[in-house]
Design a protein around this ligand. Structure first.
Ligand code: AVJ
Ligand code: FE
Length: 445
C-alpha cells in the first residue's frame, strides 16, 4: 500500500510554478494589509492576535531567513529585526508594544526580500539537498505566508468598525448533503512520503487499521447547532467534559463567537456586517469544547483524526489514499470553498464535485473541523527543517483540526494537512462534524 505518487517537476516548470505561487500569495497579503489604514494595521484588535503589521513583516523575515540566507547563502537584508519577528521570543500580547517597522517600512522590507528571492529562483539548481529538492523551502514559505494570511483574515473578523473586506457570497446548494456515511472497517494509508510540499507533521505515510464507523456527510450546520442551544445545551453540564464545562462557565459561553440574539433568531457578525444566521451553513467560530458538547447532546462523538483522513482520502475502488476527497487534482472553485474567494462557509450541498467517493461532502474548505485527537508526531516522525514548526507543539494541550476553511489557501491544505489549536480557541474559522461507531450489523453487512 502506498500513498499518492507525485511526478517530479522539471527545473523550468518548477521555477515557474514557484514564482506563480509566490506572486499569488503576495497579492493576498497585499489585499489584507491595504484594506485598512496605518492606524488599524498597527493596533492590536484582540489580545489573541498580532497587529497586522507584525504579521506582515514576520512573513518577510521568515522568507529572508529561509530563502535568502539559508537556501541562498546570501548576506542578511536586515539582521537587526530577527528578534522582533520571532514568534517564540515575542508573545502575541506583547507585540503591539514592540518597536515594529511602520507599514511603509515593512512593505519596503518585503519587496527587497522578494527581489532577492526572485534572483535566487532564477539561478538555483534544484539538486537533492533536502531543503531545495522539489522546491520544498519555497513551498514551505508560500504555505507560511498563506497561513499568516488566514491569521490576518481572522484578525479582520475581530476588528470593530465598518467592513473593509468584500467578496461575493458562496454558491448555493446543488445537491442534498445530509445524514451519515458508513466507512467500512479496514486499513488505509495515513500521512504521506511523496507529497513534495507536505510539512514534517504529515510524514511519514503509515498504515492505520480502523473499525467501521459512521461520519456525517456534511459539517454540522447552524440550524442543527441552534437546536442544541434551544434545548439548553449550554446549561447542561452532562453534555460537557470537565475542562469543557469549567471553560464554558469561566468564559460565559452561550452561543458561537460573533453571534447575538435577534428577535426569535440569531444574527452573526462577519467582517463588520450583521446578517441573519442561515440554517444550512456549517457552524463556524466554535471551540473544541462546544463541538464536543454538541456531539454528546446529539448522541455522537467527534471523529478521530484518522477517521477524518480515511473519510477524506481512502478510495474504496483502489484502496489507495488520494490527495483530496475528489482525487489527486488540485482544488478548483468547483471543488471547495477555499482561498478567501468567499468570506463565510457555503451552505451544505454547495460542492457536489468535491465529495469523496463514499459521499462525504465539504471535508476540504468551508470550516476547519475539530477532531478528538491531540497533536502528536506520527510513528517515525522527524522534525524538518525546524522543531518550532510542529514538534514543540506535540502533546495533550493541542487538538488537531482538519480540512481547511474558506480562509485557507489551496497551497496550505490537502487531505494530509494538519492544523492544531488550544481546545478553547474559536477566533479561528472552526466548525466540526460528528461520527459514531458502526454497530455490528452495519460493520459486517
Ligand atoms: C499551523 C496554523 C497552527 O499559525 O501558529 C505560522 C502556522 N507556524 N507561523 C500558527 C504557523 C509558524 C501555525 N498553525
Ligand atoms: Fe509564522
Amino acid at each position: 500500500m502506498t500513498d499518492t505518487p507525485t511526478a517530479p517537476a522539471d527545473g523550468r516548470g518548477l521555477r515557474d510554478r514557484i514564482a506563480a505561487e509566490l506572486e499569488r500569495t503576495r497579492a493576498r497579503t497585499t489585499l489584507l494589509t491595504e484594506a485598512v489604514d496605518d492606524g488599524e494595521l498597527m493596533r492590536q484588535h484582540s489580545p489573541l492576535m498580532s497587529p497586522l503589521v507584525w504579521d506582515l513583516a514576520h512573513v518577510g523575515n521568515q522568507e529572508e531567513l529561509w530563502l535568502v540566507r539559508d537556501v541562498g547563502g546570501r548576506e542578511p537584508v536586515r539582521c537587526d529585526i530577527d528578534e522582533l519577528y520571532d514568534a517564540f521570543k515575542q508573545p502575541r500580547r506583547d507585540r503591539p508594544a514592540l518597536p515594529l517597522l511602520p507599514p511603509a517600512e515593512a512593505r519596503a522590507y518585503l519587496a527587497t526580500v522578494r527581489d532577492k528571492v526572485y534572483d535566487l529562483l532564477d539561478r538555483i539548481a534544484f539538486d537533492n539537498r533536502r531543503l531545495v529538492a522539489d522546491g520544498f523551502a519555497f513551498g514551505m514559505i508560500v504555505q507560511h505566508e498563506q497561513q499568516h494570511d488566514e491569521t490576518m483574515l481572522a484578525t479582520h473578523q475581530l476588528r470593530s468598525g465598518p467592513a473593509a473586506l468584500h467578496a461575493p457570497p458562496p454558491p448555493e446548494p446543488a445537491t442534498r448533503a445530509a445524514g451519515e456515511v458508513l466507512v467500512p472497517a479496514g486499513p488505509f494509508v495515513m500521512g504521506t512520503d511523496t507529497d513534495p510540499w507536505a510539512l514534517d507533521n504529515e510524514r511519514p505515510a503509515h498504515r492505520v487499521d480502523l473499525p467501521a464507523y459512521l461520519i456525517d456527510a456534511a459539517p454540522v450546520t447552524n440550524g442543527a447547532y441552534r437546536e442544541f442551544i434551544a434545548d439548553g445545551g449550554y446549561d447542561e453540564p452532562r453534555w460537557w467534559s470537565g475542562p469543557g464545562w469549567r471553560h464554558r462557565q469561566e468564559a460565559g459561553l452561550s452561543a458561537p463567537m460573533h453571534w447575538r440574539r435577534d428577535g426569535d433568531g440569531w444574527a452573526y457578525r462577519r467582517f463588520g456586517r450583521w446578517t441573519a444566521v442561515r440554517d444550512d451553513e456549517p457552524v463556524v467560530h466554535v471551540c473544541f469544547h462546544e463541538a464536543q458538547a454538541y456531539a454528546a447532546w446529539a448522541g455522537r462523538r467527534l471523529p478521530t483524526e484518522a477517521e477524518w483522513e480515511k473519510a477524506a482520502r481512502w478510495d474504496p475502488a483502489t484502496g489507495r489514499s488520494r490527495r483530496y476527497p475528489w482525487g489527486d487534482d488540485e482544488p478548483t472553485a468547483a471543488h471547495a470553498n477555499l482561498g478567501q474567494r468567499h468570506l463565510w462557509p457555503a451552505p451544505v450541498g454547495a460542492y457536489p464535485a468535491g465529495a469523496s467517493p463514499l459521499g462525504v461532502h465539504q471535508l476540504v474548505g468551508d470550516v476547519w473541523e475539530w477532531t478528538s485527537t491531540t497533536f502528536r508526531g506520527y510513528p517515525g516522525f522527524a522534525a524538518f527543517p525546524y522543531r518550532e514548526y510542529s514538534e514543540v507543539f506535540f502533546g495533550a494541550e493541542y487538538q488537531v483540526l482538519r480540512g481547511g476553511s474558506f480562509g485557507t489557501d489551496r497551497a496550505a491544505c490537502r487531505g494530509t494537512f494538519r492544523n492544531w489549536d488550544y481546545p478553547v480557541r474559536r477566533q479561528i474559522f472552526s466548525g466540526f462534524r460528528c461520527a459514531r461507531d458502526a454497530d455490528a450489523e452495519q460493520a459486517h453487512p
